[in-house]
Write a protein that binds this ligand. Sequence first.
Ligand code: AMP
Length: 127
Amino acid sequence: MGYSYDDQNIFAKILRGEIPCNKVHETEHSLAFTDIAPKAPHHVLVIPKGAYVCYDHFAQEASDAEIVDYTRAVGEICAKLGVSPGDGGAGYRMIYNAGDDGLQEVPHLHVHILAGRNIGPLVVTPT
Ligand code: AMP
């Protein structure tokens, strides 16, 4: 069936400049901004500018240029935040949610970069 992209999602509106964001970083194909409801001292969302719903959509349909740009942007943001372990930073967690089971709320690909404290267990098992 494939993906159908809803261009009325909140991140599409941010990309069109219809609503503001607290920009952290921008490249030709990617944009990063702080999460409006931060779950850690650093909580940055990185999105591609292209219309991709989630990670597998992006991985299968984005151009090589978009994928390289997005991957490099994540690295640049980790450096900017000072969290890269290779540079003495304390580390971070990256989370991509997708679809219903992943509890994805906004249907535009985004990675959460969480840092600035111990982020805790990988997954909390539902009770
Ligand atoms: P997810 O559940 O992975 O789709 O996460 C969506 C994230 O987007 C949540 O952490 C929200 O707090 C965040 N969010 C929603 N609206 C905005 C906004 N206008 N600016 C920044 N972050 C937002």
